[in-house]
Design a protein around this ligand. Sequence first.
Ligand SMILES: Cc1cc2nc3c(=O)[nH]c(=O)nc-3n(C[C@H](O)[C@H](O)[C@H](O)COP(=O)(O)OP(=O)(O)OC[C@H]3O[C@@H](n4cnc5c(N)ncnc54)[C@H](O)[C@@H]3O)c2cc1C
Length: 313
Amino acid sequence: MLPNEDVQEDLLQDSDCCGNGCTNCILDHRPRPSKRVLLAGKRNVILGYTKFRLLRRESKSDGQVLLLHFGHAASEEKEEEETETDAVLDIPPGHHVMLRVGSLLRPYSPYWSDFLAREFRILVKLQPDGAMSRHLSAVRPNDLLEFRGPIGQYAHDPLEAKCLFILAQGVAIAPTMPLVRQVLENEEDMSRVWHLVCARDLQHVHFREELLEFAQFWNYRSCLYLPHQQCEAEACQDQDQDQVGCLHFRRSLRYKEAARVARLDASELASHLNPSIPGQRVLIVAGDASFQRTMAQLASHSLAVDPASVYLL
Ligand SMILES: Cc1cc2nc3c(=O)[nH]c(=O)nc-3n(C[C@H](O)[C@H](O)[C@H](O)COP(=O)(O)OP(=O)(O)OC[C@H]3O[C@@H](n4cnc5c(N)ncnc54)[C@H](O)[C@@H]3O)c2cc1C
């Protein structure tokens, strides 16, 4: 048994729940050592609240979104003898972590993490008058913050080829990135991915470059849904032209980039059904509670997914 792991579980209390009604509550999906950690025979540093140092802070979308890059900082304060190589950071794809500032708890979903370097990155959409948003907008490189996790229940078996329908809304595209990467980076995984990304407009699509890199893989298809896309060309504005047919918009798309100036609805979902492709159909929805509810209902029907194979991140 690895040090502290059972103790960490026993120490979970009602106050460890952030009260936000997460689909995967920390009390239901307690952090457990993953197969990867067991194989490595090392301690996962994030199983209990642990200090991470802010290494990089980048402001995006007019300062409304922050990219925060953290590195594990606990070795400075560890009393027990522990060399750097005894510990790893394991946050499986689709799992989130809990940030604690005093008594304030909020979940965040890493879009990237490094097992050996013990670093991770999150994308934060700052909420006006939000308690944690206020705190995060003031953090600066070298500040220390406490995180705990990983929390979640999604697990992917690469040995069984599946049809993965991944629906993402706004910054909630973040936890879907490692899910896609784990399929595409494994040459033996024959699963196919449909990544349907909802954002206001092209300016609000996060990770656009990486989505274009994914598009090089045979088993990846994506489509951006941009209901508020506006064309700035005078001709289009004068004529109130339908954006779907707008030449300027189509020109702003890159090679292999599919996009619609529309909401993702039942008929759009059904257009990705591809009934002749074999494999278990799995639906993953990442977004706010109302997006998750609506999409899980619409998509499980339009994409013929068994409700038992629907995962809300
Ligand atoms: C599993 C999970 C993963 C998540 N991952 C991410 C992520 O990766 N990135 C990310 O940005 N977010 C993520 N979130 C959301 C995140 O946890 C926070 O909810 C978000 O950052 C807002 O927190 P806050 O404390 O700033 O706002 P809060 O204080 O919780 O307020 C949220 C909004 O409600 C309003 N509000 C607050 N109190 C009241 C009131 N009394 N009456 C009316 N309105 C009020 C505020 O003005 C604000 O706009 C995730 C959520 C879940 C459940």
